[in-house]
Design a protein around this ligand. Sequence first.
Ligand SMILES: [Fe+2]
Ligand SMILES: [Fe+2]
Length: 160
Amino acid sequence: MISQKLQDAINGQITKEIWSANLYLSMAFYFDKEGFNGFANWMKKQSQEEMDHAYTMANYIIKRGGTARVGQIDAVPESWNSPLEVFEKVYEHECTVSKSIDDLVDIASAERDKATQDFLWSFVREQVEEEATASGIVDRIRKMGDSAIFNLDQQYGSRQ
Ligand SMILES: [Fe+2]
Ligand SMILES: [Fe+2]
């Protein structure tokens, strides 16, 4: 059985994951409107991954005898000035998510809940990938510059 405190904390993270899914969907809509269909495709996949994180956390809470909840999801931003700005925001956002997951590990360890710590390590590892992917795209856009942006758009369009 999972403690109420830990349950509440993970439920809070579920809300954040759904907010992330909405943020990336909003970015996908922005890219579609601007004609960057490849980046839009990438963002839709990214959005689906965030929903998967929410489902995984909900399933875990339920398996441990708790109650999974969908909290209030705040509105997400709707416009940006350039693809570079979008991916800079993705990177910043993933860094805040990493911090939030780290905080969950601290709560699980204070609650002496080993199973939850074990469950959370996969998210700690996932965040290493999330940050590296986002900062890699930011670097590529910066180095290649505006003239190559449509090439990058095509490349990211192939994300499955
Ligand atoms: Fe996530
Ligand atoms: Fe993420």
